[in-house]
Design a protein around this ligand. Structure first.
Ligand SMILES: [Fe+2]
Ligand SMILES: [Fe+2]
Length: 320
């Protein structure tokens, strides 16, 4: 009897051999940021007065003459608020997009998530994401204290989430809304390291700020391949209508993830008391290629090829 059961268990195992996913899952106890390296983050070095909070070159209107003529204190405040907004954007993505999706994946909302190592990878990733929120909220609090911020603009609804919420509000079926959340999460998880890398190695900003991005990026180096694997497992189980929605909406998810937040930038400029905010923003938007903060979506392209839908996704990956 036991022999037959063992045989059944062996037969239900996926193919023999160390899969990428298994290796990623096995390394989690050593690799996860929550388990390691946190002393340097929890006791950060004091603020370096001469360094920015956020990379100046990532402020899309940084070279605009109207901005350049603003007093230094106001430009520095814009730089600080840009860093706060970056953290808020990451937190909003974790809390309102990734975590609800990881919960759905864990609860069997999507088909094809059956293998144990997949479930384990999902739990590990979910734990990581909750930790990331904590890291970024800590970073925001430290910045508030160091820069003496008493009030701030409301940056809790960043462009990526707004676009998801707008699209999901247009959908009447639950499976449609669930799939949009999965899509936003997959695009986010495979792309977020390109987003974090914008800061992770920057030496012009506070070392603690680069460190937060670097620590976060280390976890995301695992989440990207995990979500790509999960998506491959789920995709083969989707019906025609579900696949259509996925394929048709993928370009919007990409653009939403990479977009400059042009609702937020004018609010930050006004908050900081920089004059001619509308002119600065209008000119910046007119200049070429300024709609996207992030332009490298090669990881999404790879996934699209793996799903064999490259001929059907209306996004020009080579364009950028
Ligand atoms: Fe994360
Ligand atoms: Fe992640």
């Amino acid at each position: 009897m036991t022999g037959r059961m063992d045989e059944q268990i062996l037969h239900s195992e996926p193919e023999v051999g160390p899969s990428t996913l298994r290796r990623i899952v096995a390394a989690w106890p050593r690799r996860a940021t929550i388990r390691t390296d946190m002393a340097g983050f929890m006791e950060p070095a004091p603020y370096a007065e001469d360094l920015d909070d956020y990379p100046a070159h990532l402020i899309p209107f940084g070279g605009h003459p109207r901005f350049a003529e603003a007093p230094e204190a106001k430009r520095r405040l814009v730089n600080t608020l840009a860093w706060q907004a970056f953290n808020a954007r990451v937190i909003a993505a974790e809390e309102h997009v990734a975590n609800p999706t990881f919960e759905m994946l864990a609860h069997g909302v999507f088909p094809g998530v059956d293998r144990y190592e997949v479930k384990e990878a999902i739990q590990q990733s979910h734990i990581d994401e909750v930790w990331h929120t904590y890291m970024h909220m800590t970073a925001m609090k430290r910045t508030e204290e160091a820069r003496g911020l008493t009030t701030e603009p409301d940056y809790s609804h960043p462009v990526t989430n707004r676009r998801l919420h707008r699209l999901s509000a247009e959908r009447s079926e639950k499976w449609e809304r669930d799939l949009l959340f999965l899509l936003w999460t997959v695009v986010g998880e495979v792309s977020i390291n390109n987003f974090l890398e914008l800061l992770a190695r920057d030496r012009t900003i506070q070392p603690m700020h680069a460190l937060v991005a670097r620590l976060h990026a280390r976890d995301e180096a695992a989440h990207g391949p995990i979500l790509a694997e999960v998506m491959k497992d789920v995709f083969v189980h989707l019906n025609k209508e579900q696949r259509e929605l996925f394929i048709r909406t993928l370009p919007e998810a990409i653009v939403a993830f990479g977009a400059e937040d042009y609702k937020l930038w004018p609010e930050i400029l006004s908050f900081a008391g920089v004059g001619h905010a509308d002119e600065i923003i209008a000119d910046t938007r007119r200049s070429s290629d300024s709609e996207l903060l992030l332009t490298d979506f090669s990881t999404v392209e790879r996934l699209v090829c793996d799903l064999e839908i490259e001929d059907r996704v209306d996004y020009d990956f080579a364009r950028r």
